[in-house]
Design a protein around this ligand. Sequence first.
Ligand code: GLU
Length: 381
Amino acid sequence: MSIVDSALPVPALTDFKRIVIKVGSALLVDRDRGRVRLPWLISLVEDIGTLHRRGCDVMVVSSGAIALGRTVLQLPGGALRLEDSQAAAAVGQVGLSRTWAEALAHEDITAGQVLLTLGDTEERRRYLNARSTLERLLDLRAVPIINENDTVATSEIRYGDNDRLAARVATMASADLLVLLSDIDGLYTAPPAKDPNATHIPVVPRISAEIEAMAGAAASELSRGGMRTKIEAGKIATNAGTHMVIASGQVKNPLRRIREGGRCTWFLTSANPVRARKSWIAGALEPRGTLYLDEGAVAALHRGASLLPAGIRRIEGQFERGDAVLLRGPDGGEIGRGLVAYDAEDALRIIGRSTHEIEELLGHHGRSEMVHRDDMALGAK
Ligand code: GLU
C-alpha cells in the first residue's frame, strides 16, 4: 500500500463519544498583540457546543498561558528563561481560564480548570486521581480546560509540549479521538514551507518509520511542538486505542470543517481505548496482592459492576493505592486483575463493610469502589 492512499476510509467526527481537542498557542493568541483571538475562539466553542449537545464528552487541552502572560509582564521576545516562562504562565493562566470559561458560557457549558504535571499521568497512584477528577467533571457535563502546570514544572519533570500532554490526557481518559488543531492542515510528505513538491497525506493507517521521517522539526515561536511532537502524540494515542486527527485551526469553526470533509490527516488505531487499557491492566503489570471476593461480588463483576469493599472477604499482600492486584473468587480461582483504589492497610479496615461506613472507618471520605470497573480486566469465567 502506498503511503499516500486517499482511498482509505476516514472516520466521521460524529462517530466519537469522547473527544480531546488540543489548541495551540499560535492559534489562540494573536502574536502581535499578545491577546486571545476571540472571534476564532467563539467559533471553536460553537463547534464544541454542537458536540456537547449531542452528548459527546469534550475535553480541551489549551496552550497559551505563557504567550498571554509574557505580554502582560512585558517580557522580551524570543526564548524565555525558565523562571520567566513560569512567571508568564502564572499570570497568563488566569486570563486563559477565564476566557475559556466565558466563551463556553455562551453555549451554556461549564468549564473546569485542570492543571497537570508529568507525574499525574505517569505515576499510577496520581493517575487514578487525575482520571477520576476528569471522569467526574464529564459526568457533570462540564468541559475540562487542561494545561500543563507550567508554574511548577521544571525541565526534568515536564511534558514540555501540549501535543504529548493532550495524547496522555486522551489515553488516560479513554477518549476515542484526539484532535490537534494546528497552524498546518495535516501531515505532508515533507515540510511544505521548504519543499514545493510536498504532498498532503489524508490518512495514516500506522505510524511507520517512513511517516516519522516526514515530520521534520518545524515549530513556531509561540508553540513548543512541531510536527515531530505531533507524531509522538500520534504514537501514544494510537497505541492506546485513540484515533488522532491533525487539522488546521486557521479557519473559523475548525471542527465543523473536519466534519464537512476539510483537509486534515487522520491517524488511525485498530484498538479500542477501553480494551487497550484493560489489556494493559491484564498483561503489563506485576500484581502486588490479592483480593478474595465472595460469590455475590463475583456475579456483580461479571454483570459489569465495580468491586465494592463489601464484597471482599480477605486480602493478601502489601500493595499500595494504584497497584495491580489479582481478584480471586471464593474457590481461589482467578477472576481477573485490577488497579486497587486503597493501600493494603486501609483496605484491611474497610473490607466486608458497606460503602457508607468508609468515612467513619478511615477518618476520611475515600472512593466508594475498591476497584473501579474501568480499572479492571476480567478473565474468562
Ligand atoms: N503549556 C504552555 C502554555 O500554556 C504551552 C506548551 C505548548 O505550546 O505546547 O503556554
